[in-house]
Structures are given as structure tokens and as C-alpha cells.
Design a protein around this ligand. Sequence first.
Ligand SMILES: Nc1nc2c(ncn2[C@@H]2O[C@H](COP(=O)(O)OP(=O)(O)OP(=O)(O)O)[C@@H](O)[C@H]2O)c(=O)[nH]1
Ligand SMILES: [Mg+2]
Length: 326
Amino acid sequence: VTLRGLDLDDIVERALGGQRRAVGQLLSVAERGGAQADRLTATLHGRSAGAHIVGITGPPGSGKSTLVGRLAAAAAASGANPAVLAVDPSSPLTGGAILGDRIRIDRTGGDVFVRSIATRGHAGGLAVAVPGAIRVLDATGFDPIIVETVGVGQVEVDIAAMADTTVVVANPGTGDAVQANKAGLLEIADIFVVNKADLPDAEALRLDLERMLDLSHMTGHEAYRGRRAPIVLTESLSGTGIDELWAEIIDHRTLLDASDARRLRQLLRLRAEVEALVAGRIHQLTHAAFDSPAGERILADLASGRIDPVAAAEIVLDEGTAFRDA
Ligand SMILES: Nc1nc2c(ncn2[C@@H]2O[C@H](COP(=O)(O)OP(=O)(O)OP(=O)(O)O)[C@@H](O)[C@H]2O)c(=O)[nH]1
Ligand SMILES: [Mg+2]
């Protein structure tokens, strides 16, 4: 199997040897999906170094990219080897925003490895492409892996499911606390960041968040009921509060490591990835079935009333592989 004329195994070897260009090529494979991505998964599964995965989510424009650039720089300064994955979960419309992200991050992140991935067009979507990309970065020695996603509905909850530590970003004077509450973000946040704390009412937002957390008893991932998510005030433009945020992330990591929670989260992640792979395959199988002569017969039988839709679904599930391979 080749990647633009290059051998995948060769690229894997060079990526494992630390060549960043090769890492980038593997990320492209994971992003595209398909047979090559499947082979990459088979090659890299079992080579996980157990990198800490930090998810950063929040509303558009809340300063996530600026924050992530600072955070990655702080991680690197402490001796870690961070990578940043900026996930574009949505439509071609936002495609341009990501390039902007990359430029901003590069400016503050120095030598940090930064990569944007778009998941439109990927058969398994975000739920397959992002774990694939994380697997590449983990196996090739990056730790922590910081995943930035624009907060658009369900996606941020999905990203939280992929992270060991989820950081939810909010801004003063925006009603973000109420929004976060409505979107179910209070439940998924392990750490809150009030970014743009240089703006008025940052302290008021902190109090709002504290009150909501106290009232709702929603304190981070389920395994941590009883721990109230810390709230860190940051000014990403100047870098104020970033060291404190990095310290809170390390604290949370230590907390996870001290219990079974880290392993449990890993199992949940793998399960979610397999579920997404199965869903993707069933999708493909169904299409293949109806594009085949047998599928046309099923449709004709449905139309004439010889079989009902439930029976047709059973036939596709039972014999779909044969249809596909025919
Ligand atoms: N005043 C102030 N502005 C900030 C701060 N952090 C970021 N900004 C500004 O907020 C704007 C958005 O910053 P980004 O880092 O692109 O925000 P984002 O959340 O990544 O945006 P999207 O990826 O488009 O959702 C930029 O103009 C930043 O300069 C801060 O701490 N204070
Ligand atoms: Mg951004």
C-alpha cells in the first residue's frame, strides 16, 4: 500500500523515529480514512505510550487557539513534548478558520507540533478520524496531546469523551455560564477557564460558574462526583494564568492516575471508536447492498408488498457482506 508512491510501513518507521514530516503524513492518512487508515490503526494499536489527552472546547472566538498556543508553550517549557490537534468538525464553511488557527498557534507555540484536521468526507466522521489522529501522535511520542474543537453542540461533548481532561472555555459578559449549563458542559468540564479575564466582569463569571456547579452537583466526569471543577482565570493574550491552568491539568492527570478512572476512560474511548467504525461499515454495507442487483430485487419485493421494510433490513444485515463483495 502506498501513500503518494511512498510505503506506509516506511513512513510509520520514520514517524516513530521522530521525523515530523512523516508524522504529518500519517495524520493525513488518518484524516482521509479508508483502507490505509485501517491498516495504520492495526499497525499503531498497541504502541500507545499513554499520552495525556487534553480537550479544549468553548464557543467560537472565546480564545481557545490563543490559549492552546500558550498552554502548549508552557507544557514544552516544563519539559513535555506537546502536540496540538485542531479539529474542524463542521462544514466547508469553517474550513478557512482553521488555517487562521494554525498561524496563531504557531506564533505563540514556538516549536510545538500543530496540526488541523477536517473530518468532513471521512466515512466514520469525527468519531473515527480524531481517535486515529490521536493514536498517531501518541505512538510517535507526543504528550500531552491537546485537542481544540469549536464548541458547536454535540461535538464538544463528543470531544470530551475522547479526552482525559476536558477544559471548557468561557468569556466574561457573554452569558457563557448559562450557555454552558444549557449545553451540558458543566457535566463534562474537568476544568473551567474564564478567558479574556482582562475584560470586565470576569470575577462575576467565576461566581456564576461556582454557583451553578454547587447547585447542580455536576462536578466533572462521572467518576469524580465530589470534586468541583476548578475555575482558572486566564488572559491568553498576555499569558496571565496559563501556568496555573497547566498546573491544574497536571493535578487532574495525577488524580486520574491515582484511581482506576484513567483506564476506564481509555476503555470508553476504545468502545466509542469501535461503535463508530461499526456504524460506518453498516452505512457502507447498506449502500453497497442497494447498489447491487440483489438490492434492486429487494426494492422490487418491497414495492410489490412481498416483503416489508423490517424484513428487508434483516436481509441487508444478514447478507449485506455478500452484496458488497458480489
Ligand atoms: N481581550 C482578550 N482577547 C483575547 C484573549 N484571548 C484571545 N483573545 C482574542 O480573541 C479573539 C479570538 O481568539 P481565538 O484564539 O482565535 O479564539 P478561538 O476560540 O480559537 O476562535 P475559533 O477557533 O474561531 O472558535 C482573537 O482576536 C484573540 O486575540 C484574552 O485573554 N483577552
Ligand atoms: Mg480556534
